[in-house]
Write a protein that binds this ligand. Structure first.
Ligand code: GRF
Length: 218
């Protein structure tokens, strides 16, 4: 089986990266993590990649005059590693239309809300303030507008009485770690296509939405 070579872009902790590394360690997983690239040196995600024996690169955005020259270097590194698909996992830089166009339909991201609700930062605080009863996470193809783009999969978790943002964040993160490897499977295996900016899954592809209830097995 030839596996799709995936580059993972991170900026920090890398717990979603870990979920992808763990999934890709299975011989039947359709993607291979070929490079982990961080814009920040010394972050935990880089150590996770090294522990998994995956090549790493650090491209500090501050070394570049503008976003696009940074992204051209990032792209050169990803392509030198043979990556044909890119997964952003806690990558905390907004990307330019140049980058989106270059990687069009080959660039995915995970966001900690049920998009299109709560794009941007501080999603868990905002969900609590809004009083929503369900919250969650979304894996989507990246488009020019931040946290928008065709939705590959979502996972929902309940908001419980007395929740603090940290409680909600932890509950959503558990769902992220289940959702992201499932979505990457579908994209890497070519089991999705985009029609009219909506993702169509092949017949028989794994269900792409679920409710994660604390205490129940996923
Ligand atoms: C996750 O909540 C992800 O959805 C968001 O940033 C966080 C990254 O966490 N984009 P980690 O680095 O994967 O642990």
């Amino acid at each position: 089986m030839s596996r799709t070579r995936v580059g993972v872009m991170i900026s920090g902790r890398g717990s979603n990266l870990q979920a992808l590394l763990d999934a890709a360690a299975r011989p039947d997983y359709p993607a291979e993590i070929a490079l982990v690239l961080s814009n920040v040196a010394g972050v935990q995600g880089l150590a996770r990649a090294k522990a998994a024996g995956v090549p790493t690169a650090v491209v500090p955005h501050r070394d570049f005059a503008d976003r696009e020259s940074f992204e051209r270097e990032v792209t050169a590194r990803l392509e030198a590693a043979g990556c044909t698909l890119v997964a952003q996992a806690g990558f905390m830089r907004v990307v330019t239309p140049w980058f989106v166009a270059h990687w069009r339909d080959r660039l995915i991201n995970i966001h900690p809300s049920l998009l299109p609700a709560f794009p941007g930062l501080h999603t868990h605080e905002r969900a609590l303030q809004a009083g929503v009863r369900l919250h969650g996470c979304t894996v989507h193809f990246v488009r020019d507008e931040v946290d928008q783009g065709p939705i590959i999969g979502q996972a929902a978790v309940p908001v419980l009485p007395g929740d603090h943002p940290d409680d909600l964040s932890a509950r959503v993160l558990t769902a992220e770690h289940l959702l992201y490897p499932r979505c990457l499977t579908l994209v890497a295996a070519g089991r999705t296509r985009i029609e009219a900016e909506r993702v169509i899954h092949d017949a028989g592809a794994a269900p792409d939405a679920r409710l994660i209830v604390p205490g129940e097995s996923a």
